[in-house]
Design a protein around this ligand. Sequence first.
Ligand SMILES: NC(=O)c1ccc[n+]([C@@H]2O[C@H](COP(=O)([O-])OP(=O)(O)OC[C@H]3O[C@@H](n4cnc5c(N)ncnc54)[C@H](O)[C@@H]3O)[C@@H](O)[C@H]2O)c1
Length: 275
Amino acid sequence: MTDSIIKKFDMTGKTAIVTGAAGLLGRQFSLALAQAGANVVLADLSGDLAAESADELKEMGFRTNSVEVDVTDPDSTKAMVGQALVAYGSVDVLVNSAALDPKFDSASLPTQDANEFESYPLQSWQQAMDVNLTGIFLASQAAVIPMLQQGQGVIVNIASTYGLVGPDQRIYERPDGTRQFKPVYYSVTKAGVLGFTRYLAAYYAGKNIRVNALTPGGVYNDHDAIFNAQYSTRAILGRMANLDEMNAAMLFLCSDASSYMTGSNLVVDGGWTAW
Ligand SMILES: NC(=O)c1ccc[n+]([C@@H]2O[C@H](COP(=O)([O-])OP(=O)(O)OC[C@H]3O[C@@H](n4cnc5c(N)ncnc54)[C@H](O)[C@@H]3O)[C@@H](O)[C@H]2O)c1
């Protein structure tokens, strides 16, 4: 007799840490994991925003906690895992969602030539390496300690379509001639996330620790009509993703529903990378 397929998505009794939990997708991932029954530790550089999100989930009746973490700091990532263990006794899932990801929504449209390659600052490049790559290295390094002791664990790294294909910079141009660019670090670090995912999955062969990546396409967040239209022509489905459209894939990767997947990358991009 095999388990019901729905049961395989059930996270009851499991503890999940979500880094970048105060972010656009981090909040969504935390909500979805909580809805599936997990104890969720919302971890973010902004301890206040993480606490606010955790409180909202608590008010909805879910078991959540928050922790302030800087994923570029090994002491901080160790403390994050330590707090999850104190609160819930295990760390079954780590979702590495924290990242620097410049937005092009209405609230944050950059200025002329923003992120131009020729003058891109070394300091910004290095900072992004620290957060987007060293961050998942350190958070994973801390989380695998209890996972090895438990004899099981799951890590899901959030990548991006720009880790698979180069950004089409034309979608960031404005009709008035203002040029903006998705910065170079974003493609480089997100490609690195996929390499890290395969490395760690292979490294833990035989240890019952599965490591996969989720590759989202662009998620709509009050982008203006110009950006929305320019972006949408590049997606086979002809639109940006809705805020909650990564959640099912994320839950699939975190849960036993994906028990035969490791070292893999699940692409949820409306077909962006298929043509
Ligand atoms: N939003 C999208 O359209 C989209 C598309 C593809 C991929 N992604 C990826 O999905 C993930 C989540 O994206 P998002 O839209 O929620 O991003 P976001 O910018 O809204 O949130 C990122 C969060 O990471 C936190 N953070 C930054 N530096 C940190 C540090 N040093 N330590 C701990 N936390 C830190 C921020 O405080 C923020 O809350 C990212 O990895 C992003 O690259 C997003």
